[in-house]
Design a protein around this ligand. Structure first.
Ligand SMILES: Nc1nc2c(ncn2[C@@H]2O[C@H](COP(=O)(O)OP(=O)(O)OP(=O)(O)O)[C@@H](O)[C@H]2O)c(=O)[nH]1
Ligand SMILES: [Mg+2]
Length: 450
């Protein structure tokens, strides 16, 4: 366990008025320091771990609040250190006063994520789990929450650890051979070596493949509603949102700025972008809007290319959208079918933003798109974090080099170095290998008190 000297404190609940506020204190001297401002039936230093105590917080003779104090002793606390949680009446004046009293006793205010950073440094969780803590807090949909819980429970950590063990095992054979180079003994046959490397590589590939799904679970799907003016893009947005969010009118060119709204469909987050109808225009403001529409197409995970029953399908615009959206995820949508359709072009979805006919089919197609043909069970490790994805990609590159060296009968030293590099890349995911920069980058994104 690493040794951290100072004691830290922070408000762990949102700053504001409420039923209760909780102040967290952690560090070797946390219990003694809270004891110094607390009067209750028992001295907290004598209290057992995981017990709750009623009493008063005093500033000299002035009673600040009556509180409940929970005591957690190392190593069985969130941070792995002695920790205290003070539940006060939920008034920020009280919380601030108590934090000030603690500061006077040499308790330092915690930095963002510092409690979780300590939990990581004290081996209470690994790095990918620590990152999942932030995701659990910031999840806005059931799907993203489930993904974050999956990671916090250690599914990804266990998978990564399993692969590291397999690689350590392979590299130990290769390194043994190096130690006995003079005797020219074989500890692992080339065929067996390559078979084992291939196995790890296919496991890494499977993990990499979960990323597009993981990312959607975590960040949602960007959907751009585009088309020529007046086909009902804004009407469709309003219908999906069940509110009159965007202005709708029979005048072409109504929408100028992009309107972005979020909607959760069966627990999956969709970020909808209603855009300006694309056409030739000399109006500078409309042109800027159209420029932004094209930008939305570029950034979209899914484009709804909308037309209505009265207008010809604009092939030129469709081709342009195909070029702009390099993911080529485009659904063609025919709107206003309540007016009847006599055209020849067939669309992926036909609907009416006026009557609602066909909208369910559209939402189902959007959902199918989000889930892809992914059939992950609750027990599948899923990669949703870009940092993890990049570590895995680098691990894969190193492993390919190791395999090439083994195939070409290069000296074991080459194979061994690349196997080690692969192991290190995997180790970065769980924080087995890390740098202060990586840690700071991760924990400064947390809120204070977590
Ligand atoms: N009958 C019928 N009319 C519709 C339907 N959807 C939209 N409209 C009408 O079509 C006109 C244009 O609708 P909007 O939603 O403003 O179209 P838009 O594509 O956002 O237009 P711009 O913002 O100008 O590009 C309005 O008069 C709507 O009431 C539909 O499904 N059926
Ligand atoms: Mg519009």
């Amino acid at each position: 366990m690493s040794h951290i000297e100072d004691t830290i404190s922070a408000l762990a609940t949102p700053l504001g008025f409420g039923a209760i506020s909780i102040i967290r204190v952690s560090g070797e001297k946390s219990i003694a320091m809270v004891d110094a401002i607390f009067t209750g039936k028992v001295k907290l230093e004598k209290a057992k771990s995981h017990t709750v105590h009623y009493g008063n917080i005093f500033d000299s003779d002035e009673m600040i609040d009556d509180v409940l104090i929970s005591v957690f002793k190392a190593p069985n606390s969130y941070t792995g250190e002695d920790s205290v949680e003070i539940s006060t009446h939920g008034n920020p004046l009280i919380a601030n006063k108590i934090l000030e009293l603690l500061t006077r006793k040499n308790v330092r205010l915690a930095e963002p994520g510092e409690f979780t950073k300590r939990a990581f440094l004290n081996n209470r969780m690994d790095l990918s789990q620590a990152e999942a803590v932030a995701d659990v807090i910031s999840s806005h949909t059931e799907a993203s929450l489930r993904g974050a819980r999956n990671q916090l429970n250690g599914l990804l950590s266990r998978k990564v650890d399993e692969l590291r063990m397999l690689l350590l095992n392979i590299s130990s054979f290769v390194e043994l051979e190096l130690d006995f180079a003079e005797e020219d003994v074989k500890f692992i046959e080339q065929g067996e070596l390559i078979k084992r490397i291939d196995h790890v590589q296919s496991e890494i590939d499977s993990l990499l493949k979960t990323y597009s799904f993981g990312k959607i679970m975590r960040d949602g799907v960007n959907v751009a509603l585009v088309g020529i003016p007046n086909v009902g893009k804004s009407s469709l947005l309003n219908y999906i949102l069940k509110e009159s969010r965007a202005i709708v009118s029979e005048i072409p060119g109504t929408t100028r700025d992009i309107i972005r709204e979020e909607v959760s469909i069966d627990g999956i987050l969709f970020k909808l972008y209603d855009t300006a109808g694309i056409r030739f225009s000399e109006d500078l403001i409309e042109l800027e809007g159209i420029y932004r529409s094209r930008d939305a197409v570029k950034n979209a995970d899914l484009v709804l290319y909308i037309n209505d029953v009265e207008q010809e399908f604009d092939q030129t615009l469709y081709q342009e959208i195909l070029i702009l959206n390099d993911r080529k995820n485009i659904l063609t949508v025919l709107n206003k079918i309540d007016k009847g359709y006599k055209g020849a072009v067939s669309y992926d979805i036909s609907l009416s933003a006026l009557t609602g006919e066909g909208i369910i089919e559209l939402l189902n197609r959007m959902k199918d798109h989000a889930l892809g043909n992914s059939s992950f069970s609750e027990k599948t490790a899923i990669v949703s974090n870009l940092r993890h994805y990049q570590c895995l990609s680098r691990a894969k590159e190193n492993l390919i080099t190791a395999r090439d060296s083994a195939m070409n009968n290069m000296s074991g030293e080459f194979v061994s170095v690349d196997l080690r590099n692969t192991i290190n890349c995997l180790g970065e995911i769980i924080g087995e290998v890390t740098s202060e920069d990586i840690l700071n980058n991760i924990f400064t994104k947390f809120c204070i008190g977590k």
